[in-house]
Design a binder for this molecule. Structure first.
Ligand SMILES: [Zn+2]
Length: 289
């Protein structure tokens, strides 16, 4: 089916008590693996691409291949821009057909973050594309960008930020980190405070490495989108490495990539099922027995 708007996916999630994993893709094999895994889990899903990936292929190429791939599935998918750092990132993604975008002004002072995010929202909403904004920088390594900041989201700023930016979802900093080099220290008390005043669904970045019980506990506080990148990238790299280790003369690239695709799909399926273990619909409820 064609790609769907993030609003539609959020409605499905709300109605069924689901948390939506958003998996970062790097190439078409990963995109297909992620789609396979969602279809297997009987879940709608989010495929997201960060601007750092644009070094490999352009926005138009990513949008076209993802749209084409989605047509082969009965599962609804969203194509989301992860960590749009500039208004140009957002404009390009929206114009080629991404169905959700993020604007990341979290490193800016509060008022500047509001102005910057508002501009992205004004543009994207003209195309009916919802916007995720971020309040409170997230520690750790996000591709080649390292943030040393350790600034939690301030609950007292949340209502004003959401109202003034008009954002549709909000990424929060509650001890979550990017990458696997730092250990997350999740503070559910901050999340509970944020959830009392947040008028929009919340987003968790750096989902890799956080215990599943902790992620599941966030559902009661309005956490609806869980970003996961490192776990899938490691699965891909390790599958390729395993084949090389087994045979240093390996040259059957198609077969190696099929292994990698299966490894990514298995990892994404496992994560999706664990995160939604307590949820109520379809195959999830059936497997729970
Ligand atoms: Zn992130």
């Amino acid at each position: 089916m064609p790609l769907v708007n993030m609003k539609e996916l959020m409605n499905i999630a709300k109605k069924n008590g689901l948390m939506l994993p958003a998996y970062n893709s790097t190439d078409v094999q990963m995109t297909l693996a992620i789609m396979d895994s969602f279809q297997r889990a009987g879940m709608p899903g989010i495929i997201q691409i960060a601007p750092t990936n644009i070094k490999l292929t352009g926005y138009d190429y990513i949008a076209e291949t993802t749209k084409m791939a989605a047509e082969h599935y009965v599962t609804p998918f969203v194509l989301h821009l992860d960590h749009g750092k500039t208004l140009d990132d957002v404009r390009q993604a929206v114009q080629v057909g991404f169905t959700s975008v993020m604007i990341d002004g979290a490193a800016l002072p509060f008022e500047e973050n509001i102005r910057f995010s508002r501009e992205a929202v004004d543009f994207a909403h003209c195309y009916d594309v919802p916007v995720e904004a971020e309040l409170g920088p997230i520690k750790g390594k996000e591709d080649d960008h390292v943030s040393e900041a350790n600034c939690h989201t301030d609950p007292s700023q949340v209502a004003e930020f959401c109202e003034k930016t008009g954002c549709d979802t909000l990424a929060v900093s509650i001890g979550n980190v990017h990458g696997l080099e730092e250990k997350p220290k999740i503070d559910l008390n901050i999340l509970a405070e944020v959830s009392k005043v947040a008028p929009v669904p919340l987003v968790l970045h750096g989902g890799s490495g956080i215990p599943f019980e902790t992620i599941r506990a966030m559902r009661q506080y309005g956490m609806m989108k869980i970003n996961i990148a490192s776990d899938l990238r490691q699965a891909y790299i390790r599958a390729v490495a395993k084949r090389y280790e087994a045979n240093h003369n390996e040259a059957n690239l198609a077969s190696v990539l099929m292994d990698a695709r299966q490894a990514v799909s298995d990892m994404a399926y496992k994560l999706t099922m664990e995160i939604n273990k307590d949820s109520l619909i379809g195959p999830l409820a059936t497997e729970k027995g």
